[in-house]
Design a protein around this ligand. Structure first.
Ligand SMILES: Nc1ncnc2c1ncn2[C@@H]1O[C@H](COP(=O)(O)OP(=O)(O)OP(=O)(O)O)[C@@H](O)[C@H]1O
Length: 457
């Protein structure tokens, strides 16, 4: 089912909220309203909207101030400014602050409708084959796809944040394939897998005799990837020495082969990834601040699978299709039973999509070409889910129960106290701004909201 776009109207004029709200609801949008700038910001901090209609002149906090606060917190929801006193100045100021468009009040209804349609259409990612392998029907993955489509055509460095197995490598490749560099090399390096010296010579190359075993001169990956993209996985794990060298590449686009002193110019786009909390590492002095800023030009946070259970059915479908393509017709799997799907939806997936894919491959093997039933799933998936879905209600009710905060609580329980403290600290650091706190914690706003409720904060 396609998502209904959610629109928030922020206006202190009740008649406008009601009238325009009704008009947009008739168009099939889900409309919410807030009577003041502060009330609107509160909702934007805790809920996701696809668009905001924002009145410029309001009692108390003005529309411009709302917009400024919103953009300052990293929220890029499209905003259409509304003004009863259209002056070029205020419209220009709004556009500069990141409004997507503006309209004068009283609004022409058909103009309002067409602007909304156009802006929402712009938000739909237009992606090619490079991103086609990324499965994800839910809103959260759509946001990720949108970010990919925005940043791919640029030259900007991209930093992918997310837990293991969430799909960072897949996204890095998609960014390359959706970029003008697609016909040039794409190389990936796992920075945590190699000792410092080896990593250096892999990345930057070496002269003959630079170290024992360096019998020949060798180009490094930055040179090999010239004109293309390099994916530096686990960037949070590199040593201080390597951090300095990577900074130089990002800043000067220069490399020096180990054992030489000649600088070589390279034209390589960098996509980096980490599951680490780089902000804390910077604070502790374990990660260079200047490198951190160079890397985080454009960040994409990849949500954990447990935070987007709506993607599970389509991922399951993709996994079965992949399996069926690879095996003989007699071993093809016919689908997944309702019980099995319930267990899959309720499990926590600490290993994220990688673990889901592996579990399905296991189930495909043991189901021997039939239908995947609950007992074909790996034990931990059966047990993990069964301990929280032991109710005797209907399947739907049990699934809802399993997805509710209980599922989250169960997972965080051993560490709940420290998580609560972390959340309190992040909120303090962010002056109570939940969007920024969520970003610092590396979790979605909705997750943070759930956790605040859960911890009674
Ligand atoms: N959205 C997705 N659609 C389809 N397959 C996915 C998706 N996300 C992840 N996968 C698959 O899950 C596996 C793990 O993904 P990937 O290697 O990209 O994760 P990662 O975040 O880079 O993990 P790590 O941090 O451990 O390196 C891969 O087989 C990948 O193809």
């Amino acid at each position: 089912m396609p998502d209904t776009p959610r629109i928030l109207i922020i206006d202190d004029d009740r008649a406008f909220r009601v009238g325009t709200g009704a008009l947009l609801a008739d168009e099939g949008y889900q409309v919410e309203a807030a009577p003041s700038g502060d009330a609107g910001l509160d909702r934007l901090r805790t809920e996701d909207f696809d668009m905001v209609l924002l009145d410029l002149r309001m009692e108390g906090r003005t529309g411009l101030s709302v917009l400024e606060e919103l953009r300052g917190s990293g929220n890029d929801v499209p905003v259409v400014m509304l003004t009863g006193f259209a002056t070029v100045d205020s419209a220009v100021a709004a556009l500069k602050l990141g409004a997507d468009d503006y309209l004068t009040k009283p609004c022409d209804n058909s103009l309002l409708r067409s602007k909304i349609k156009a802006i929402l259409a712009r938000r739909e990612p237009v992606l090619g084959a490079g991103a086609a392998r990324i499965v994800g029907a839910g809103t959260r993955m759509k946001e990720v796809l949108r970010a990919i489509s925005r940043v791919a055509p640029t030259e900007s460095t991209v930093l992918l944040r997310g837990a293991t197995g969430t799909g960072k490598e897949l996204i890095a490749r998609a960014i390359h394939e959706e970029s003008p560099r697609r016909s040039r090399p794409y190389l990936t390096v796992n920075c945590s897998a190699l000792a410092e010296g080896l990593l250096e010579s892999e990345l930057f190359g070496h002269a003959r005799g630079a170290f024992t075993g360096a019998v020949n001169e060798r180009k490094g990956m930055f040179e090999e990837a010239n004109g293309g993209t390099i994916f530096l996985d686990e960037i949070g794990d590199v040593s201080p020495g390597m951090q300095a060298k990577l900074l130089r590449v990002l800043q000067e686009r220069e490399v020096v082969r180990v054992g030489t002193s000649r600088t070589l110019q390279v034209d390589v786009r960098v996509v980096a990834a980490t599951h680490r909390d780089l902000e804390s590492m910077v604070e502790e002095g374990a990660f260079r601040k200047d490198l951190y800023f160079r890397l985080k030009v454009f960040q994409i946070r990849v949500p954990e699978l447990r935070d987007r259970p709506e993607d599970i059915p389509s991922l399951v479908g993709a996994a079965l299709a992949r399996w069926n393509e690879r095996v003989e017709p007699t071993r093809r799997v016919q689908g997944v039973s309702e019980d099995a799907m319930e267990l899959l939806s309720a499990y926590d997936w600490p290993g994220n999509v990688r673990e889901l894919m592996a579990s399905l491959e296991y189930a495909c093997i043991v189901s021997e070409g039939g239908r995947i039933m609950a007992h074909h799933l790996p034990e931990e998936v059966r047990d993990g889910a069964s301990s929280i879905s032991s109710g005797n209600g209907s399947g739907e009710a049990r699934r809802a129960e399993a997805r509710a905060p209980e599922a989250v609580r169960r997972y965080v329980a051993p560490d709940a106290e420290s998580e609560r403290e972390k959340i309190v600290k992040a909120l303090e650091d962010a002056d109570g701004n939940r969007t920024r706190a969520a970003a610092a914690l590396g979790m979605g706003r909705t997750t943070l909201w759930q956790k605040l409720k859960e911890y009674g904060l």
